[in-house]
Design a protein. Structure first.
Lengths: 325, 191
């Protein structure tokens, strides 16, 4: 074998470990007597690694992951909601719409809106799940999250534990003052928990405060399960993003709701159940409900100690109530 | 209180565990095929749906990514390649997106000059890849980026094994030539 034959017939496959035993023997015999081809093999492997490093694996957009997960719930097909582009025809069969994220509504419109609980997409599936639960069927916890770390969930659990010991709401509106950059200094002088709890309807103030902070003003209604709103708080995550915390309390325990903007987060694999835009997880001994808002790239995380199927039931009840309002 | 898992729920959970970890790789492959983000999203969604419908046909223990890429390329050939239509091409934008998400293997390159050199090399390789004939680029991406073996690439592309070997060999040779040419240009122009 000469160098030309080695380069044209063997080099690439040698670098890819794709030579047969016979070919491998022939190639190595040539290399044992040819330093230049030994260098060429090294160079080929370096180039191969460089292509892998530099060509890149792009992260799939969060919206695409959502569409796929929604489609898995309805395998008959989901329409692409991307606009027609240069006459390209759409793929496959379509049977329902999955809304894409819409622009955030103007602040003036938000202020005029009354408080309302968010009515999720796929309410029909929420009702179905509730009925299934009431008929005695529950969801098996998959345990698929045992070995996965989800930073957003870890933050939620950390705050759940922190606020479970001591929660200092900084809303209604008079508590919120961004002019001096301090959002919560005043609360140390007031029993804000009692203050908020005595307000009727206190949730209006909390909701309005959230909206004035350019955050979603939607709240859950767990009153049917005996949970009342303890209070709300506008704060910042370690990276500076604004976050709202809403604490719900009952004799049985607490549910903490976090809401913040995240355009990159995708629903982690391992959900116990999906209902519309919500996914439910059993994570490190806690139950988590992750919800993607249809506008503004917001997500909300519910974290609690109650079993995940019970959380699913409470959230589904909330969704049914919202639908009937 | 536990209940028996319904079959659809079990299938979906298994599908999520086995298939969805490959979503980024499939998306990258689609992006390079159609050169357009919206079409890539559609192509990937269709691929995932089809793979879910035929998940029972996937042989446990075989290369799931290769199986998914076969479906992807079949969809691409069926819906895009044969249409013959001019499709909107955002090559520059696509390359930036891929560069932004590149998984750098060597994070110990904390020397800014080395990082810059590495990034410049990456762009040159990216340009060289874009200049390749389509069939060579597809073969190289499947072998070097998606890390399929030659037989799997042959199955995905629907060509003989010998054709894959030839395309990979010639594709790398062309990239090497392109890098050498750009080195010559840089040394002449001082850039």
């Amino acid at each position: 074998m000469d160098c030309l034959e080695y380069i044209s017939e063997y080099l690439a496959a040698h670098a890819d470990n794709e030579l047969s035993l016979v070919e491998q023997h022939a190639a190595e015999t040539h290399l044992s007597g040819c330093a230049q081809c030994r260098g060429r093999l090294i160079s080929e492997r370096v180039l191969k690694r460089a292509i892998l490093q530099q060509a890149g694996i792009a992260k799939a957009p969060a919206e695409l992951r959502l569409r796929i997960r929604a489609a898995l719930n309805d395998p008959a097909g989901v329409p692409a909601t991307t606009p027609s582009n240069g006459g390209w025809r759409r793929l496959g069969r379509r049977s329902c719409d999955i809304p894409r994220r819409a622009p955030v509504e103007p602040a003036a419109d938000r202020r005029q809106r009354r408080k309302r609980v968010w009515i999720p997409i796929g309410i029909t599936s929420s009702v179905f799940v509730l009925l299934a639960l009431l008929s005695g069927q529950v969801i098996r916890q998959s345990g698929a999250m045992d070995n996965r770390a989800v930073p957003a969930f870890d933050i939620a659990i950390s705050k759940y534990l922190q606020f479970g010991r001591e929660f200092h709401p900084n809303v209604p509106p008079e508590a919120y003052d961004s002019s001096n950059g301090v959002l919560y200094a005043w609360v140390m002088d007031r029993n804000s928990v009692q203050q908020v709890a005595e307000d009727d309807p206190e949730s209006d103030d909390i909701s309005r405060s959230y909206r004035e902070a350019d955050m979603p003003g939607d709240l859950f209604d767990f009153s049917a399960a005996g949970y009342h709103i303890t209070g709300g708080r506008v704060d910042h995550l370690p990276d500076g993003r604004r976050v709202t915390y809403t604490m719900y309390q009952s004799d049985a325990g607490q549910i903490l709701s976090l809401c913040f903007s995240d355009s990159e987060m995708a629903a982690p694999i391992g959900a116990v159940e999906w209902v519309g835009m919500r996914s439910f997880y059993a994570y490190k001994g806690y139950s988590i409900c992750l919800t993607f808002y249809p506008t503004g790239h917001f997500i909300s995380i519910l974290v609690t100690r109650m079993p995940v199927y019970q959380l699913l039931s409470e959230v589904a009840s909330n969704d049914v109530v919202a639908m009937n309002r | 209180m536990w209940v028996k898992e319904t079959k659809p729920l079990g299938k979906r959970l298994l599908f999520e565990q086995v298939v969805l970890p490959h979503l980024d790789a499939i998306y990258s492959a689609a992006l390079r095929l159609v050169r357009n983000r919206d079409d890539a999203n559609d192509l990937v969604q269709e691929t995932m749906l089809r793979s879910f419908r035929f998940f029972d046909q996937f042989a446990e223990g075989t290369n799931c990514r290769a199986w998914l890429l076969s479906i992807l390329y079949n969809n691409f050939r069926d819906h895009y390649h044969r249409s013959g239509r001019e499709r909107p091409c955002n090559s520059g934008e696509i390359e930036l997106e891929l560069e932004a998400h590149t998984l750098l293997a060597d994070m110990s390159l904390n020397n800014p000059e080395e990082l810059l050199e590495d990034r410049m090399l990456g762009r040159r390789i990216g340009r060289a890849l874009n200049e390749l004939p389509e069939e060579f680029r597809q073969a190289l991406m499947l072998v070097d980026v998606q890390e399929l073996n030659y037989q799997e690439v042959a199955d995905v592309l629907g060509v003989p094994l010998g054709t894959v070997k030839s395309r990979v060999s010639r594709g790398r040779a062309l990239i090497r030539a392109s890098l050498i040419r750009s080195d010559c240009i840089r040394s002449k122009t001082g850039t």
